[in-house]
Design a binder for this molecule. Sequence first.
Ligand code: IMP
Ligand code: MG
Length: 181
Amino acid sequence: MTEIVVRDRVFTEYISAADLQDNIVQLSERIANDFASEEVFFLGVLNGSFMFFSDLMKAYPHPCQLGFIRAASYKGMESSGSVKFREAEDLDIKGKDVIIVEDIVDTGNTLKALFEFLKRYEPRSLKVCTLLFKREAYKASLPIDYVCFEVKNKFLLGYGLDFDGLGRNTDSIYILKDETR
Ligand code: IMP
Ligand code: MG
């Protein structure tokens, strides 16, 4: 399927399922090499990262720990600016090497707030791994350690990313077409 329609907006395929899987396997191997046999804690940011997180974990060759945190900052197609986190009560990352796993880094607001939020849990180190990076939109200064794909500064959908709660359930990524149906 090369086009999908969500709430009258037309989206066209942008990154195929095969390309996603190829880059995810490569990225997973890169992380494994960087950390050798050290244990890593992968922290997935819900909901958007759930598919990427799963495929990244399946490709990761060493034993590791994992957990999730929930963040929300988007309403429709605009970042709302304020970010909230939930479900972190039993987050056991003290003294651990943590890799945050994001679906997409856009302005970087979510990431900045998440770094601040996680500091109180005293991880030994904090790194960032994102499936998609909108470099043009990025306003923060935190380094993004692992990027699977750099993407255009346009609204993307699928493979975990939603528009108004819809469209997360595809195996490829779609981009907004400049037309309405
Ligand atoms: P940031 O705080 O501006 O970096 O935005 C981060 C969050 O906004 C991501 O984790 C996504 O949940 C959401 N987001 C940013 N860009 C897109 C997009 O193109 N499509 C869908 N969600 C997006
Ligand atoms: Mg997200």
